[in-house]
Design a protein around this ligand. Structure first.
Ligand SMILES: Nc1ncnc2c1ncn2[C@@H]1O[C@H](COP(=O)(O)OP(=O)(O)O)[C@@H](O)[C@H]1O
Ligand SMILES: [Mg+2]
Length: 100
């Protein structure tokens, strides 16, 4: 079986200097009721199709904590069966402009 799917990663800095990193996939999605759970440490959502995938349940909560330690915001938008977008916003005060 060949899996097909797409992951888009975008980084941009808006007019107020805030940086947004967006990671979007066309994967299985996360249900609304599971969203709060996947943000808890060591919490994983498993069903027949995903139980063979190994993980620790730390990816999302650690990312959220790191973004928030920078004073930023972290959010997940997801539709079951369609895909997921994870948004990490960093405040302008944490963005260093590359020298020309
Ligand atoms: N992009 C995604 N699409 C669908 N489900 C996801 C996605 N990212 C995470 N999940 C769900 O959230 C759970 C926790 O994710 P995460 O914190 O990254 O830990 P891990 O990847 O080690 O399981 C995963 O087990 C999975 O069920
Ligand atoms: Mg993960």
């Amino acid at each position: 079986m060949t899996d097909t799917g797409r992951i888009d990663i975008n980084v941009c800095v808006n007019h107020s200097g805030e940086m947004l990193i967006s990671v979007s996939d066309t994967g299985i999605g996360i249900s609304e009721q599971d969203l709060p759970n996947v943000l808890k440490e060591f919490s994983r959502v498993e069903d027949q199709s995903t139980k063979s995938i190994e993980g620790t349940g730390l990816g999302l909560p650690l990312t959220k904590m790191l973004v928030e330690l920078h004073g930023g915001r972290f959010s997940i938008e997801s539709t079951l069966g369609e895909g997921t977008t994870v948004l990490s916003y960093f405040p302008a005060s944490r963005v260093i402009e590359q020298a020309a």
